[in-house]
Design a protein around this ligand. Structure first.
Ligand code: DGY
Length: 325
């Protein structure tokens, strides 16, 4: 009998067809994310789950699915899943790294550019019919080329940001818990510094850490006060890495020049203080949202799910120790 899987959102057709060819698929296609009760009810008889970051897969959900072998997240981040609880039950968790690296860095870069060069404000100005003549003093922003980029979190996406910065003739500083090897530093022209130095010297601080207890509120009042008054903060990682209330205060009071955000502390809620700040560019968590990349993410998640159910090694497990048991 083919394995049975729950997919919590319609995925691109190629990925759906792959799943349907090798499994019995229960597809939830409602307009809102599944409620916890519905998720538990539909998961009860499933061997696999393909889910998104809108689903919280906690110990209660996992405990209610006795036949569950794999949770395949369609995302690189997996803070929506209790990985320890899954491992304790012998459930494999997988994510979708690599396929979204460049697309996410493209978007973080777009946020950086939009923030520095006031693209959103310009758009609103034109749409409001205010562009009645060319004005010398209109919407002056900040240069990006030749400035210093500070990258917090030097994983795949952080490194992809460093590559972009090279093309803009920027000086690149980075900080991470583990220092990159000398060859990577040379190739990317990136210098390892401590966090305080990075915050003090960067014109743009961009966050690319996963969310963990250690990175929650990595940036708060103390760090924002260490940044230059002319510097910008970019966050396309996870909202809780930045203390949003303290960021609002920092921008309002001019401790920093502005921010570009794709993610929020209590998504989809956005701190109301952000709405009135013209020097903050806000996006609705879309950094990996390109046609090409979303198809690759969906396909990889389905491949991960099917591999586990067919007794093979999934391409990108998060808790590979479960496979060795
Ligand atoms: C990810 O992959 O973690 C994104 O934030 C959601 O697609």
């Amino acid at each position: 009998m083919p394995p049975s899987i729950l997919i919590t959102r319609p995925l691109p057709q190629e990925a759906m067809s792959l799943a349907q060819a090798r499994a019995t698929v229960d597809l939830y296609a409602g307009p809102y994310p599944l409620t916890k009760a519905d998720l538990i009810a539909r998961l009860r008889d499933k061997g696999g789950l393909v889910c998104l970051i809108t689903e919280t897969i906690d110990a209660q959900v996992l405990g209610a699915a006795p036949g569950l072998k794999v949770v395949a997240n369609v995302a690189v981040g997996f803070n929506n899943i209790d990985v320890a609880a899954a491992a304790a039950r012998g459930i494999v968790v997988t994510n979708t790294p690599d396929v979204l690296t460049e697309t996410t860095a493209d978007f973080a870069w777009a946020l950086l550019m939009a923030t520095a060069r006031r693209v959103a404000e310009g758009d609103q100005y034109v749409r409001a019919g205010k562009f009645t003549r060319w004005e010398w003093e209109l919407l002056w922003g900040s240069d990006v080329h030749g400035k210093t980029l500070g990258i917090l979190g030097f994983g795949r996406i952080g490194k992809a940001m460093a590559r972009r910065a090279r093309g803009f003739g920027m000086r690149v500083l980075y900080h991470d818990t583990v220092r990159a090897d000398a060859a990577a530093e040379r190739e990317l022209g990136a210098t390892f510094v401590d966090r305080a130095t990075l915050l003090k010297e960067a014109d743009f601080v961009t966050v690319h850490t996963p969310l963990s207890p250690e990175t929650r509120h990595l940036i708060g009042a103390k760090e924002l006060r260490q940044m230059k008054r002319t510097a910008y903060l970019i966050n396309a990682s996870r909202g809780p890495c930045v203390n949003e209330a303290e960021l609002v205060q920092a921008v309002k009071e001019g401790w920093i020049a502005g921010a570009g955000l794709d993610v929020y502390e209590e998504e989809p809620k956005v701190h109301p203080g952000l709405f009135s700040l013209p020097n903050v560019v806000l996006a609705p968590h879309i950094a990996s949202a390109s046609h090409e990349t979303r198809l690759k993410m969906a396909t990889l998640a389905v491949e991960n799910c099917l591999a586990v159910l067919e007794g093979k090694t999934p391409p990108t497990p998060v808790n590979p120790e479960v496979l060795r048991k």
